[in-house]
Design a protein around this ligand. Structure first.
Ligand SMILES: C[S@@+](CC[C@H](N)C(=O)[O-])C[C@H]1O[C@@H](n2cnc3c(N)ncnc32)[C@H](O)[C@@H]1O
Length: 295
């Protein structure tokens, strides 16, 4: 149960484990989280920080969030606790074919014009930044294979990155509960997934062909520079930048422009938009932007 906050007093926020967080502890951790992930948590996320990090305190046998903060800052030279803290605090909501209009745009505009272009650079390179547990990346792979059936892992390359190592290992395993099958069109489900058996009973498994197109790696988008050298045809960075402050968002848009081929596309989440970069990107659809310049 969560009780309302009382400024500065321990006992202000309770969770099931009876751990409490003071306003000062919340402010310290909130700043630490923003510095390391870019995620700018608002004042009313105190209960969320308390509950999501409570398992880390329990893991270390700590009673106070201030002690956990000291652990992060002074007693984590290898950065292992930083990774565990990030895995606990991040939000991973995603779906297969989420915000379907982007997949339609790829199918109807991007892939046909790429195939027609005699000077196209190969392979076709997609980046799913902030990919979460893989649904977005595998949806991209299915869309690409459907639109360009003669292509394979040699001419379609999908990089899928996230800051969270737990969601990435889930993504790389490519095993999902059967209930998610409703998000995938029937024909694609049959073509690209297997029905789980024995220990995977009740699950669906991504087929090796689909997996071969996607490469999962950990990447914190705040890292500068990014380790990729080749430019992308399309970047999906959806439903993350909304949590960043305006300055960090602008910085991301500039860096993503630098990571795209001329004429390449940047897809954002439904409530995200680029403001004031008209000389760099132009809007070509809902939360869909094209980098200016000839492809
Ligand atoms: C809400 S999910 C979005 C998943 C997917 N793009 C979609 O729209 O369905 C946001 C993801 O961003 C990741 N994330 C948070 N901070 C990040 C950062 N600084 N760098 C890279 N990924 C980050 C989280 O771990 C989470 O998996």
């Amino acid at each position: 149960m969560t009780s309302p906050t009382v400024a500065g007093k321990r006992g202000s926020i309770l969770d099931d484990s009876r751990l409490t967080i003071t306003d000062n502890e919340f402010r310290q951790l909130r700043q630490f989280i923003q510095d390391h992930t870019g995620i700018a948590l608002s004042e009313h996320k105190q209960a969320l920080v308390c509950s999501r990090l409570s398992k880390r305190l329990r893991h270390h046998g700590l009673q106070h969030y201030s002690d956990y903060y000291v652990l992060l800052v002074e007693r984590d030279p290898g950065g292992m606790e930083l990774i565990a803290m990030i895995n606990a605090i991040t939000t991973h909501k995603t779906e297969f074919f989420r915000e379907q209009h982007h997949f339609l745009f790829l199918k109807e505009v991007v892939f046909p014009s790429y195939q027609k272009n005699p000077n196209r650079e190969k392979p076709f390179r997609l980046w799913s930044a902030a990919t979460s547990s893989g649904e977005e990346a595998y949806s991209l792979a299915m869309t690409a294979l459907e639109a360009m059936p003669s292509f394979n892992e040699k001419n379609i390359n999908i990089l899928a990155t996230d800051i969270d190592t737990d969601v990435l290992s889930h993504a790389a395993n490519g095993i999902y509960t059967q209930s998610l099958a409703t998000q995938i069109p029937e024909a694609l489900l049959h073509r690209y997934f297997l029905k789980g058996q024995e220990s995977n009973e009740g699950k669906i498994l991504v087929k090796p062909l689909l997996k071969s197109l996607v490469h999962f790696h950990r990447l914190n988008l705040l890292d500068n520079p990014w380790p990729m050298h080749n430019k992308f045809d399309v970047i999906f960075c959806r439903n993350l930048l909304i949590y960043f402050d305006k300055a960090t968002q602008s910085d991301m848009f500039r860096r993503m422009a630098g990571a795209l081929r001329p004429g390449g596309y940047l897809m954002l989440g439904h409530s995200e938009a680029i403001h004031g970069m008209n000389e760099v990107f132009h809007a070509v659809g809902h939360s869909t932007y094209q980098l200016r310049g000839k492809s």
